[in-house]
Unconditional design. Structure first.
Length: 90
């Protein structure tokens, strides 16, 4: 897992992207993007300060390999439900 953070124009810090590394082939990381932060607007307030407007967007699902690793290390199936496709949740 790699978490990318950034300080935005309004000086807030946001997690901009979360990726799951799947493989490393010929010096290149093969990954799947799980979440991204989308900046929708930069609003100038009455006091002249900038406010960044945005939201996090789910991009993809975790791999079966990561699912198994998380279960092996103590996460419950209930906690995993948010990250798995509905057909796999029992």
């Amino acid at each position: 897992m790699v978490v990318f953070t950034k300080q935005l124009e309004d000086r807030s810090r946001k997690i901009m992207e979360i990726i799951e590394g799947e493989d490393f082939i010929d010096g290149k990381l093969i990954y799947r993007s799980l979440y991204k932060y989308d900046v929708v607007d930069n609003v100038t307030e009455i006091n002249g300060q900038t406010r960044v407007v945005g939201h996090h967007r789910k991009m993809g699902l975790i791999s079966e390999t990561l699912k198994k690793r998380l279960l092996d290390n103590g996460i419950s199936h209930k906690e995993l439900e948010e990250f798995m496709p509905e057909k796999e949740v029992e």
